[in-house]
Design a protein around this ligand. Structure first.
Ligand code: ADP
Length: 279
């Protein structure tokens, strides 16, 4: 708490009054801590691949370059670490643009079926590589949502990418798309999109935190799998920009289930363009 005291002149010359102003700076302090933590996290995330690049370049200069096999191996690592730096910077830039409101979101009538179709086309090759079965449950005649299709594709792609990553080979990933009736008092219903996997799951205590920037249940595993720790933070921001909600629950008997709920377009706001997904 910060207290400001100022003495002001009163109505008559010999009168003075004291004004006490109370500022609750708990929130400011918290924001400042969040900002400091963020800068520390970013520095750490960037330093890890940089240190590795520097180490391998030094090893090459130190004689490693004289052996073609060693050189090829080290250059490959340097390239992969540089790609990783790029990935982190891309994600960071994107997150900061969304957060600061610089990123403009379209407000089109989007077919949720199209979002599923486009995301699956991106993820299918990765899922095939790990021998995962993709299971699709799409209701028919779904209403549309108002928003930015490319960003919604990114939401689903990030969730699917995680499901593929955090599920041991030969798992099952289920994408479900359904409409929910309006809750009492609400004007419009919603569209619920979920991604369930049979993977390693997320301990209950970690679930609310996985949407924070750089929060990972297992840092080493995430890095090994090429994660930046920013995917779910981006998901959360995009969903919130669409007035929606996202959360994660446990899947039975194992794995995680991420749920995205978005407000359905109002009746009369046209019906969503149809896709052939439901066929
Ligand atoms: P990352 O790049 O590390 O995957 P994300 O922001 O996408 O970052 O996810 C944050 C963390 O949440 C991950 O590091 C992982 O611990 C956990 N996580 C996300 N999705 C899943 C999933 N489908 N199954 C298990 N853990 C998950």
């Amino acid at each position: 708490l910060r207290v400001e005291v100022s003495v002001a002149g009163g109505r008559r010359e010999h009168e003075a009054c004291v004004v006490l102003v109370f500022h609750d700076i708990t929130d400011l302090r918290r924001l400042e801590t969040v900002r400091k933590d963020f800068v520390a996290n970013v520095s750490h995330e960037l330093r890890t691949p940089l240190t590795s690049i520097k180490g391998y370049v030094e090893a090459l200069l130190d004689g490693g370059k004289d052996d073609p096999e060693t050189m090829a191996k080290f250059l490959d690592i340097i390239l992969r670490q540089s790609n990783r730096l790029n990935l982190i910077l891309d994600d960071l830039l994107q997150l900061s643009q969304i957060e600061s409101g610089v990123a403009l979101f379209k407000r089109d009538l989007v077919s949720p079926g199209n979002v599923v179709e486009r995301s699956l086309a991106i993820i299918q090759p990765l899922a095939d590589k790990k021998g995962h079965r993709m299971h699709l449950e799409v209701a028919e005649g779904l209403p549309g949502v108002i928003g930015d299709e490319d960003r919604l594709v990114q939401v689903l792609t990030n969730l699917l990418d995680n499901a593929v990553k955090y599920t041991p080979d030969g798992g099952t990933i289920t994408v479900r798309l359904q409409a929910l009736e309006p809750t009492p008092g609400a004007e419009v219903g919603s569209i619920e999109l979920s991604v369930a996997d049979t993977g390693i799951g997320i301990p209950e205590g970690d679930r609310p935190r996985v949407f924070e920037r750089f929060y990972r249940v297992d840092k080493a595993r995430s890095r090994e799998l090429g994660g930046t720790g920013l995917g779910l933070a981006i998901v959360k921001h995009i969903v919130e920009q669409h007035d929606g909600q996202v959360w994660v629950e446990g899947n039975q008997p194992a794995g995680s289930r991420f749920v995205v709920r978005l407000p359905a377009a109002r009746p009369g706001q046209l019906t969503a363009p149809q896709t052939n997904l439901a066929n």
